[in-house]
Design a protein around this ligand. Structure first.
Ligand code: MN
Length: 708
């Protein structure tokens, strides 16, 4: 176990300005909090955070990171709380420890191996400070090193698989090669011990010849380069058993068939030297075509820079050669941690050197002050996405701004279609709420429920929008189909023509519809005239020309009547019978599931009943273009009971082009009649005109619009 003064010394060796007091306090605090807890190995638990801190000192990380490593399991595994950490070590350390704790909890809650890519993104999105991720990776590294102490083989395999799926790729993504290699190797040992053994045995068999070969190649490359004035350092390295195994799998090849289980590295002083050395090597050896890669001009996304080429080497064997500067080499090996180190050395050539990491982390804030470079940089990776969990822990990635409706449709179309509500982190929340990173979302379902056309406005994913529209169109078609069937049946019944299945089949064929449903839908939506169907089916019922014209005129009026704007196309609407709104009046729609939208005047008293349900309100207006449309208005009229008074009423209405639809006497006394009068009018101006004309008549005592 590393001793207290040793740890402080290690950090001081590369960072003389480190806060020793803070380090000492963290050491003592963690040791005390973990107390007598034991690891599976039988060691005191405290040895674990201490080793994690040790791994991070190898990466030369700053004092706060080392302190965080010492404290990283205190919140999750001891009595300590976040406020305790804040109080004793300050909020900065508290934030880092809290970040690591959150990642640990996620690890426990998520069924991650099924969704590795999403989980990796999620870990990145959650580790707002890169140091949180570095501590987490070091934590995993130590857990992998001590994995063999865990007795349960299922648990061991699960941890190893997770390491390969999640943590090794993360280490690669932030460019820490050693960490990635060791994680892979440890996991490979656990998961495919046999394969690893046979690769090792094979390598050993090739071993002696290989060692000789490697030295020959190193010597010759060194001589060739220095003769040509390139000052360089050459080393050779066998690839790791895991990367050989992966390559064998990818290429379905045996070890002998793999040409490049050896990689040679030529480390040169400057960037210019990289290309000069490349020229020397290409001039001296035969180049294998198609293998040259310039990762200096175009670095890999994780910032890796190097020249790669393959040549036929000194022993007439294909060898891979990588050429890079010492600095590029350090970045290739240690990634983000190397940058950290440069930062502390106060390296001047920062602008270019750090470009790749800015790209990698998609850092939006411009790092003007170099000292703020990593410390205050949040990982803005995947800022355009949110990651949420199902109750079973499955991770779902959605665009930022997504709502539970998007989540429901992302889960399954049926889940979306039957969704009636959502529980987020166990609480009921509206369907319009914006989801946040890490939310656990449970969709509440109802078998009888269907999507609301208004959901279109509160979802952002294409899938949800498309499915909602599809559903609305489908339902609209069903309504048209049922409506069309009723119309056709009525039309045939009036003419006493029997509408048999055989006749329907004939009609479909004549009108070129592939199904009866298609035929009915066409009648229902007004594209096909039911009378035309009748005449074709039963020529004897064809009416005279006059009748046809009249019918056509009437139909035209009906089909043009789409008087309301602001409704989702295809949604059924009715004019409320309580207030009889008229064109020209301000109106609102109230949606009812399965019943479409009811149109009320803005001042209708019935609206009070819906104040608590703003989601049912629809902003609608009369369509100015539908001048042909007529609406029914109901009037309460009191009229003098005298001869000719009724005739006067009717003639005033007639003179003003208002058609009487219904007339009912509700009260009759010796002197007066009270009437309910339904008239068809064009709009509210038309109605007030009529009312004014009636008021002018001496026989009319009072006249009002009926409000329910
Ligand atoms: Mn730990």
């Amino acid at each position: 176990m590393i001793r207290q003064y040793e740890l402080v010394e290690r950090v001081r060796a590369y960072d003389p300005s480190v806060d020793e007091d803070l380090l000492n306090r963290a050491y003592v605090y963690a040791m005390r909090m973990h107390g007598s807890q034991k690891r599976a190995s039988g060691d005191p638990y405290f040895s674990h955070p201490l080793e994690v801190a040790g791994i991070l000192t190898d990466m030369k990380l700053d004092g706060d990171t080392i302190v965080t490593a010492l404290l990283h399991d205190t919140i999750e595994d001891t009595e300590a709380t976040l406020p305790d950490i804040d109080r004793v070590f300050g909020e900065n350390i508290g934030r880092l420890v809290d970040g690591v704790t959150k990642l640990t909890r996620l690890e426990l809650q998520s069924d991650r191996t099924k969704d590795a890519e999403n989980f990796r993104k999620f870990v990145l999105a959650m580790s707002e400070d890169i140091r949180v991720l570095l501590v987490k990776l070091a934590d995993r590294m130590h857990n992998m090193r001590t994995l063999h102490f865990i007795e349960d083989p299922v648990k061991r395999k699960r941890i190893a698989a997770e390491t390969l799926d999640i943590y090794a790729p993360l280490a690669e993504r932030i460019g820490i090669r050693d960490l990635k290699d060791e994680l892979e190797n440890l996991a490979f040992t656990e998961l495919h011990a046999d394969a690893r053994q046979s690769i090792l045995a094979r390598l050993q068999f090739l071993g002696s010849a290989e060692t000789e070969m490697v030295q020959t190649v190193i010597d010759e490359l060194t001589v060739v380069c220095s003769q040509n004035g390139c000052d360089c350092e050459v080393n050779g390295r066998r690839k790791s058993p895991y990367s050989i195994w992966r390559k064998m799998q990818r290429k379905h090849a045996s070890i002998e068939q793999l040409s490049d289980i050896m990689a040679f590295r030529v480390i040169v002083p400057s960037l210019d030297d990289c290309y000069r050395t490349l020229g020397v090597i290409h001039g001296h050896y035969q180049v294998v075509p198609g293998r040259f890669k310039d990762y200096i001009s175009i670095p890999k996304p994780n910032g890796y820079r190097s020249l790669h080429t393959s040549v036929i080497g000194p022993l007439q064997q294909r060898i891979e050669v990588q050429i890079r500067t010492a600095e590029m080499h350090e970045i290739a090996e240690r990634g983000v941690a190397a940058h950290w180190n440069y930062k502390q050395k106060g390296d001047q050539s920062e602008g270019e050197q750090y470009k790749w990491i800015r790209d990698l982390l998609e850092i939006l804030d411009n790092a003007d002050g170099p000292e703020e470079f990593l410390e205050h940089t949040k990982l803005e990776m995947y800022a355009d996405q949110v990651f949420c969990f199902t109750p079973k822990g499955k991770l779902t990635a959605l665009p930022r701004g997504s709502t539970p409706i998007d989540f429901a449709y992302a889960t399954h179309t049926e889940v979306g279609n039957k969704c009636v509500g959502a529980k987020i982190n166990g609480r009921n929340r509206p369907l319009s709420v914006e989801l946040q990173n890490g939310d656990q979302v449970e969709i509440v379902l109802s078998d009888t429920s269907t999507p609301s056309p208004t959901w279109d406005q509160i979802c952002v994913t294409g899938k949800a929008k498309a499915q909602i529209r599809r559903f609305v169109r489908q339902r609209e078609r069903e309504e048209f189909r049922d409506f069309g069937a009723k119309i056709l049946e009525k039309t045939f019944r009036q003419e006493d023509v029997a509408l048999t299945d055989k006749l329907l089949a004939e009609i479909c064929e004549k009108f070129q519809f592939s199904t009866v449903d298609d035929l009915m839908a066409a009648i229902g939506d007004g594209t096909l005239d039911p009378n035309q169907v009748l005449y074709v089916a039963s020529p004897s019922s064809r009416p005279t020309d006059g009748e046809v014209k009249k019918a056509a005129k009437k139909r035209k009026r009906k089909t043009n009547a789409i008087p309301i704007t602001g409704l989702t196309p295809g949604v059924a609407f009715h004019i409320a019978s309580c207030c009889h709104p008229l064109p020209g009046e301000r109106i609102v729609g109230i949606a009812a599931t399965g019943k479409g939208v009811t149109i009320h005047t803005i001042d209708c008293e019935v609206l009070e009943n819906f104040h608590a349900e703003p989601e049912r309100w629809r902003d609608v207006a009369w369509n100015r273009d539908s001048e042909d449309a007529q609406q029914v208005s109901r009037l309460n009229v009191t009229i003098t009971n005298e001869t000719g008074s009724m005739a006067t009423l009717c003639s005033v209405l007639g003179n003003n082009n208002a058609n009487i639809m219904n007339l009912k006497i509700t009260k009759r006394t010796a002197d007066f009649f009270d009437l309910n009068l339904d008239v068809e009018v064009v709009d509210v101006r038309h109605l007030s005109h009529i009312m004014a004309a009636l008021r002018a008549m001496p026989v009319i005592t009072s006249i009002d619009r009926a409000r329910s």
